[in-house]
Design a protein around this ligand. Sequence first.
Ligand SMILES: C[C@H](O)CC(=O)C(=O)O
Ligand SMILES: [Mn+2]
Length: 347
Amino acid sequence: MTFEKEIKITEVALRDGSHAVSHQYTVEQVTTIAKALNEARIPYIEVTHGDGLGGSSLQYGLSKTDEMKLIEAAVAVSDFSKIAVLLLPGIGTIEDLKQAAKIGAKMARIATHVTEADIAKQHIETAKDLGMETVGFLMMSHMAPVEKIVEQAKLMESYGADTVYIVDSAGALLPDQVRARIKAIRQAISINVGFHAHNNLSLAMGNTLAAIEEGATRIDGSIRCLGAGAGNTQTEVLVAVLDRMGIQTGIDLYKLMDVSEDVVSQILQKPQIINRDSLTLGYAGVYSSFLLHAKRAAEKFSVDSRDILIELGKRKIVGGQEDMIVDVAAELSKKKSGSACPSTYTT
Ligand SMILES: C[C@H](O)CC(=O)C(=O)O
Ligand SMILES: [Mn+2]
C-alpha cells in the first residue's frame, strides 16, 4: 500500500487519559506533558475532564484541578500544537465552550451518542462562530447500523463540522465493522473523516489502520495508551507503525517515546492493560466510563461486575443513563439471593 495523504493525530492522553488517572491531573503534569507533545509536533492536544467540559461532578468524578486552568497551562506551552476541547451537550454548556475559546482552545469536538447528532447543532454552530475548527464526535458507533451513522454524519456536516469522527467508545468494533462505517461516511460526506479507538478487545491499532485504509485522515492516539477502559491507540506506537508504512505524520518519534517513558509512565497509577474489566467492556459493548460505576455497584450489591456490564450491553444503556447501573445491580442481586439489599445491610 502507498499512501500520499496526510494523517493528523489528536493526542487524547490529557482528556481520555484523565479517566485513567481518576481526573487528578495537576497544572504541573499538564504543562510538562503538553510541552513535550508540542516539541514532538503533535498537531492537536485535547485537554479537559475525561467526560469533556463540565464533566467534573460526583457522577463522572471530580477533577483535582479546574479544567480551564489545565487548558490555559497547555495553551501557554504550545506554539505548534493546537489545543482541543471535548464537549458533550448537556454535560458541558455553550458558556464553557466560549470560555475555552477565550483562553486559547482552537478546536472543539462536540460529542453525542451515535444516534443523537441533532443535539450538537447549536454547539457546532457556536464553535464555528467562535472561529474554532470543529469536529462532530459520534460516540458508541458500534450501536448503530451503517445507514443510521451516515444520516447522523450528514447532520453534523450540515451544522458546519469540519470533521466527523467514528468513535469506538466501548472498544467493541471489529475491523470489518470499522471499514464499513468509515467507507460509508467517506462516500457520503465531503469533510474529513476521523476515528477514535479503544483497546478493550486489543483491536485499537488494527481498527485504526483499517480506518486509515478506508480514508480516515484524522486519528486519535493516546500516549502510553492512557484512556478509559484499556485505553486508546498508543500514539507513539502508531507513529512508528505509520512511518514503517510510509505514511508521514510530521511527529518526532524519539521525543514521543521519551515523554511516554520518562514522564507519562511516572504518573500512571497502574499500567494500562487489558484485564478482565476492560475486556468485559469491549465484549459487552458498553461505554468505557461505566466501569467504575459498575464496580462500585457490584461491591455494594455483592454481584459480579461482569454480569452488570453484560446486562447493560444487552439493554443498550448509553452515557447519561448511569443511574441504570445501580438498578441492574439491584436486580441481579435480587435474582441471586431473593433480596436487593446492598451488601452493607446484609449479614
Ligand atoms: C466522553 C467520552 O469519554 C468520549 C470518548 O472518548 C469516547 O466515547 O470514547
Ligand atoms: Mn474515548
